[in-house]
Write a protein that binds this ligand. Structure first.
Ligand code: GAR
Length: 206
């Protein structure tokens, strides 16, 4: 059984998609939020998953918070750490500790539109396709090796919300897929490059 620890800061719909996927061989050992009021914590509890709120505001520095967070995560002996709408910049020490076993999902086709407000910026830039990316986490923000992407059209009538909803539906498909590959031992990071063994490509590749 592979232990998964999921970090989030808010709504928790990606966490829910992973929990609902019921991935054989995977156990969501804990869901941890840096925001005590995160909706995702309630959802996790409704699935019977252990939850923990660790308020970043109660720590003196980013380093102190990340050290405390890492210690809590380690208690669950994670094989994989999944960032699912976890909205804090991570320290290098934290990233190195979980290198090769920490995934993130970002709501754009990386390397375009790193950072915040991706959908608004995509519409403003006039791009005709948008999407989402699952990647391994490296110290540089939104920069790690890409595991899987999904593409959606940007329609002339789109606003930030309509585009976000279209992208989110894809996130709920590709994140469980990436986690499943990892749990099956088919996805790994080798010398900084993503390796996926024996996986069937989707209609747009991966
Ligand atoms: C998702 O769209 C995810 O890609 C994004 O936050 C949302 C979380 O939604 N993550 C980032 O922007 C990370 N930089 P959720 O809480 O419903 O899963």
């Amino acid at each position: 059984m592979k232990n998964i620890v999921i970090l989030l800061s808010g709504r928790g719909s990606n966490m829910e998609a992973i929990a609902r996927a019921g991935i054989p061989g995977a156990r969501i050992a804990a869901v941890i939020s840096n925001r005590p009021d995160a909706k995702g914590l309630e959802i996790a509890r409704s699935f019977g998953i252990e939850t923990l709120a660790l308020d970043h505001k109660a720590h003196a520095s980013r380093e102190a918070f990340d050290a405390a967070l890492a210690a809590e995560i380690e208690r669950f002996e994670p094989d994989l750490v999944v960032l699912a709408g976890y909205m804090r910049i991570l320290t290098d020490a934290f990233v190195r500790r979980f290198e090769g076993r920490m995934l993130n999902i970002h709501p754009s086709l990386l390397p375009s539109f790193t950072g915040l407000h991706t959908h608004r910026r995509a519409i403003e830039a006039g791009v005709k396709v948008a999407g989402t990316t699952v990647h391994f986490v490296t110290p540089e923000l939104d920069d790690g090796p890409i595991v899987i992407q999904a593409v959606v059209p940007v329609l002339p009538e789109d606003n930030e919300d309509s585009l976000a909803a279209r992208v989110l539906a894809q996130e709920h498909q590709i994140y469980p897929q990436a986690v499943r590959w990892f749990v099956e031992g088919r996805l790994s990071l080798e010398n900084g490059r993503v390796r996926v063994r024996d996986a069937q490509p989707g209609p747009l590749g991966w």
